[in-house]
Design a protein around this ligand. Structure first.
Ligand code: SF4
Length: 426
């Protein structure tokens, strides 16, 4: 590719620097991209898998695959590619994942990308940022989560016999065994290879619950012992239910890294939070969160952050959460519960507009009164995001999805009964 070429607004460095693996061994450009499943559909995927057999691919096979080359080629051609619609359309939040990668993490990689990519999209660059969700191991059953990302949900679904051998093939014992083998022997080794050869520049620890992963503690300790930690940014999405493992203390290890971004999931306060995040002990979470706040002195205000997923019950407790953020002097990142249709009763989008709108107006007014606080600017902006969901267009898309049978008759009937509404007529 020409060195003179300028990148477009749709340009993103992720396909050249970052790689994602799900607990079911599905590979993606990043966790926000919408791609077709290769075998087991993930919640955000754009298409069902047309392959019945579990055939995971190694990172080497994936990195310059026809699909990845096509993504890079189209991005360099300035195309608004469907794989990136979550960023292109601000679907999940206002500050997009693209901005994080391209403006915050790797803005200095653009020229290297242009210099090291040929006209087919093949690149000689290697992934330096890893989001490897090796297991779905998690001690919580958050109500907006599910079995693919939480072993506790998986167990519950098994006990309640609420899984389907056709759609949840990854849960079949014969497949579980193969997945575990691949994730341990291939995926873990790929991550270790990047750590050992010191090419890794960012690790995004997510899960499952990453603080439950043995590999998390081993990798973090190894990076500190070898000193490579000073070149590595660590980012977390954690339920913060623990801060130690065997002899290791999380906040001690975190002192040595280039940059730390702990996104600590919390969507409400007290008993409302405990209702949303089943397994949570509110007092313990708050104690551990406060323990981490001194990291902000070393790494800035993005070190310890309250990571909010706006749910319906959480929306009604949002003022308390805002007050807590102000009291602690910390930032909040906010996204909404991803709603494919209005039956997602954990999503605020589930409410009829004449109920939702006054709640939003009241919250905006509340936040505006507090808008002088630096910590709150993001929150104010994010409430604006929910306001965007008031858009009739967005609802129209959902209605269209319903017509496309994304919303089954049973779900509609159940939701209508629950809310005494006729959603199917909306
Ligand atoms: S634009 Fe967004 S979805 Fe696309 S690769 Fe970048 S971060 Fe991922």
């Amino acid at each position: 590719m020409s060195n003179q070429k300028k990148v477009s607004d749709y340009f993103c460095v992720a396909p050249w620097t970052h790689t994602y693996l799900s607990p079911q061994s599905e590979r993606r450009i990043c966790c926000a991209s919408r791609e077709e499943a290769s075998w087991q559909k993930q919640y955000i995927d754009s298409g069902l898998a047309n392959n019945d057999e579990y055939k995971p691919v190694s990172l080497e096979e994936h990195w310059n695959s026809e699909h990845m080359k096509s993504v890079r080629k189209r991005i360099l051609n300035g195309e608004n590619i469907p794989e990136c619609q979550v960023c292109n359309g601000n679907i999940l939040n206002l500050y997009t994942y693209r901005e994080y990668f391209t403006k915050t993490l790797f803005p200095h990689k653009v020229q290297e990308i242009l210099d090291n990519t040929d006209e087919t999209g093949y690149t000689t660059m290697k992934p330096i940022s890893f989001d490897y969700r090796i297991y779905n191991l998690c001690n919580f059953k958050c109500r907006m989560c599910g079995e693919q990302l939480s072993s506790s949900w998986e167990s519950e679904k098994r006990v309640m016999n609420m899984w389907d051998k056709k759609h949840d093939r990854w849960m079949l014992p014969e497949n579980k065994e193969k997945i575990e083998e691949f994730q341990s022997y291939v995926a873990e080794r790929e991550l270790w290879a990047a750590v050992n050869n010191k090419t890794i520049e960012e690790i995004y620890w997510v899960g499952g619950e990453p603080l439950m992963y043995d590999i998390h503690w081993k990798v973090m300790k190894y990076l500190v012992l070898t000193g490579h930690c000073k070149n590595v940014t660590v980012r977390y999405n954690t339920n913060l239910s623990r801060d130690s493992y065997q002899n290791d203390e999380l906040f001690d290890l975190l002192k040595y890294f280039k940059k730390v971004n702990m996104c600590c999931s919390m969507d409400a306060t007290g008993s409302v939070a405990e209702y949303i995040r089943h397994g949570l002990n509110w007092d313990k979470w708050l104690e551990l969160f406060k323990k981490g706040i001194p990291l902000n002195q070393k790494y800035g205000m993005d070190a310890m952050v309250i990571d909010v997923t706006i749910t319906l019950p959480g929306l009604l407790d949002m003022k308390n959460l805002i007050d807590l953020a102000v009291e602690l002097g910390v930032k909040s990142y906010v996204k909404i519960t991803f709603d494919f249709d209005p039956s997602a009763i954990m999503s605020p989008m589930c409410l009829p507009r004449d109920i939702l709108n006054p709640i939003l107006d009241d919250l905006i007014e509340y936040e505006q009164k507090l808008a002088s606080s630096l910590c709150l600017r993001r929150t104010v902006k994010s409430v604006y995001l929910i306001v965007l969901t008031k858009s009739p267009n967005r609802f129209a898309i959902n209605t269209k999805l319903c017509q496309l049978k994304c919303l089954t008759l049973n779900t509609i009937t159940y939701t209508e009964k629950l809310k005494n509404l006729q959603i199917s007529l909306v």
